[in-house]
Write a protein that binds this ligand. Structure first.
Ligand code: CA
Length: 238
C-alpha cells in the first residue's frame, strides 16, 4: 500500500475546502479568509455541479449552506452521509440564526458543526480548524493508516494489520468502516445494523456482537481499537 500520502505533513492533505453557497459575496468572504489561513478553496453555487464534481475531487471539508437554489442543503448532507466515500468528508453547515430546526437536523444528519449567519469569518476559520483537528486522521484518499498497525484501502476492500493482509467478510468490513467514519464516536448496535444492511431482517443485536468479536479476532493487535461501550454500543478508539 502506498502510504506516502498518509504520512505526509498534515498541511499537505487537509487543506482543501469546498464551499457550497449560492450567495457569492458570502462564499467569497469565506474563501478569502480560509485562503488567508492557508487553505485552498473552491466555490460552488449549486448542489448538483458540486455533487458531480465530487466524483473527481474530494475536499477535506465542506462548508455547506442550507438554502441552495437547486437541492436543499439538508438533502446534500443526507446523501453524502449515505455514500461510502463522501460520508468521511467533514461538513460545517451554514444556517440562518433562526433556523434552530435546521441546526439540529444538520447535526443529526451527520454535520460536524454549524455556524449561524451572520458569522465572523474568524470564527468560521477557527471552527474549520477545530473540525479538521478532530478528523485529522481521516484522509481524503481511499486509504487510511492508523499508527503503524492498521491500514485500510476502502476502494479495494483491503485491510492490513502490521503489513499482513486480513480477510474480512463484507459485513465486518462495513462495520469497521462505519466505526472509522467517526473515530471516538459510539455507535449503537441499531445504528450498526442500519448501516450494514437494511434488507437483512435476520440481523439482531447479538449478531452484531458476534461480527464485532470476529472482527476483533481477525484484526489481531488492531482489534483492541474497537471498544465495547457498555450498555450503548461500540466505538473505534486509538
Ligand atoms: Ca443560500
Amino acid at each position: 500500500m502506498n502510504d506516502s500520502k498518509l504520512n505526509s505533513d498534515k498541511q499537505n492533505f487537509d487543506n482543501k475546502i469546498f464551499i457550497l453557497e449560492d450567495e457569492s459575496d458570502i462564499a467569497e468572504l469565506i474563501a478569502l479568509n480560509l485562503e488567508k489561513a492557508g487553505f485552498s478553496t473552491r466555490i460552488f453555487s449549486h448542489a448538483e455541479p458540486f455533487l458531480n464534481y465530487l466524483k473527481n475531487d474530494i475536499p477535506n471539508l465542506l462548508i455547506l449552506d442550507l438554502m441552495l437554489p437547486d437541492i436543499d442543503g439538508i438533502e446534500v448532507c443526507k446523501s453524502m452521509r449515505k455514500d461510502n466515500i463522501y460520508s468521511r468528508i467533514p461538513i460545517i453547515i451554514l444556517t440562518a440564526k433562526t433556523d434552530e430546526l435546521d441546526k439540529v437536523l444538520g447535526l443529526e444528519l451527520g454535520a460536524d458543526d454549524y455556524v449561524t449567519k451572520p458569522f465572523s469569518p474568524r470564527e468560521l476559520v477557527a471552527r474549520v480548524k477545530a473540525v479538521l483537528r478532530r478528523d485529522n486522521k481521516i484522509i481524503t484518499s481511499n486509504q487510511l493508516r492508523i499508527g503503524n498497525i492498521l491500514e485500510i484501502d476502502f476502494q479495494k476492500y483491503e485491510v492490513f494489520v502490521n503489513g499482513n493482509k486480513v480477510e474480512l467478510t463484507s459485513t465486518e468490513f462495513k462495520i469497521l468502516k462505519l466505526l472509522l467514519n467517526k473515530r471516538g464516536w459510539v455507535f449503537t448496535r441499531n445504528q450498526i445494523i442500519e448501516f450494514i444492511d437494511s434488507n437483512d431482517r435476520g440481523i439482531h443485536d447479538r449478531t452484531i456482537d458476534v461480527h464485532i468479536k470476529n472482527l476483533r479476532v481477525k484484526l489481531g493487535e488492531a482489534g483492541a481499537f474497537i471498544i465495547n461501550v457498555r450498555g450503548i454500543g461500540y466505538k473505534f478508539s486509538e
